[in-house]
Design a protein around this ligand. Structure first.
Ligand SMILES: [Mg+2]
Length: 206
């Protein structure tokens, strides 16, 4: 009899462990929504960076003209959703409610309104436990480092490998995924997992 109840307890523990809630963080641009289709992605990535600094530094647009140009490039028609990935998020939200999903995007303050509008348009507004935008216009990698630590993120996915390399060093408790749908060649530190679809992170969920 004792053996039977022991088995049952073990079974219950196994069942429970399948529901260990995970805090999962998602980047937004080029993970859930794409870049404008008429501009090469490498060019956008290049424009977003500063090239006069030795360490990772992003260009934060301060002039009205540059902010307006960026706003235009963030208009919804230029940011189509990546359905394979958003469908996975809807599914995760629907069927795995014990996990907490967080959007962690380094979009700056002047893109805040347009981003919330886009989230509503793509039915993503209620999917996340919280939407975390870089409204203090900090350096993106530093903003994300803080957000990941504050929200105790277990898994985080982003398309920016240089940014992930920084996070991998500074947030040792988090598992990082590099979203690389085009199989870009790059040297990836062990510990950062390359994936071609967001759904691949499911293998790492309890
Ligand atoms: Mg991105």
């Amino acid at each position: 009899m004792k053996g039977q109840s022991g088995k049952k307890t073990q079974q219950r523990e196994d069942d429970m462990s399948r529901f260990v809630p995970q805090n999962i963080g998602f980047d937004f641009d080029r993970v859930l929504v794409n870049y404008p289709p008429f501009v090469p992605a490498w060019l956008i990535d290049w424009l977003y960076r500063r090239h006069d600094k030795k360490t990772l530094t992003y260009r934060i647009p301060h002039s009205k003209t540059e902010q307006t140009l960026r706003k235009i490039s963030h208009f919804h028609l230029f940011r189509p959703k990546i359905s394979t990935n958003t469908n996975f998020i809807y599914e995760l939200h629907q069927n795995h409610k014990h996990h907490n999903l967080y959007l962690i995007s380094s979009r700056y303050k002047f893109l805040e309104k347009i981003t919330h509008k886009l989230l509503r348009r793509y039915h993503l507004a209620d999917v996340f436990s919280s939407v975390n935008l870089n409204t203090k216009n900090e350096q993106p990698h530093l903003f994300k480092e803080k957000a990941i630590k504050r929200l105790k993120i277990n898994l985080y996915i982003d398309d920016d490998l240089d940014l992930l390399k920084h996070l991998h060093k500074t947030c040792p408790k988090t598992k990082f995924f590099w979203y690389n749908p085009t199989h870009k060649m790059a040297s990836v530190p062990s510990g950062i997992i390359p994936v071609t679809q967001v759904a691949e992170i499911q293998r790492y969920l309890p």
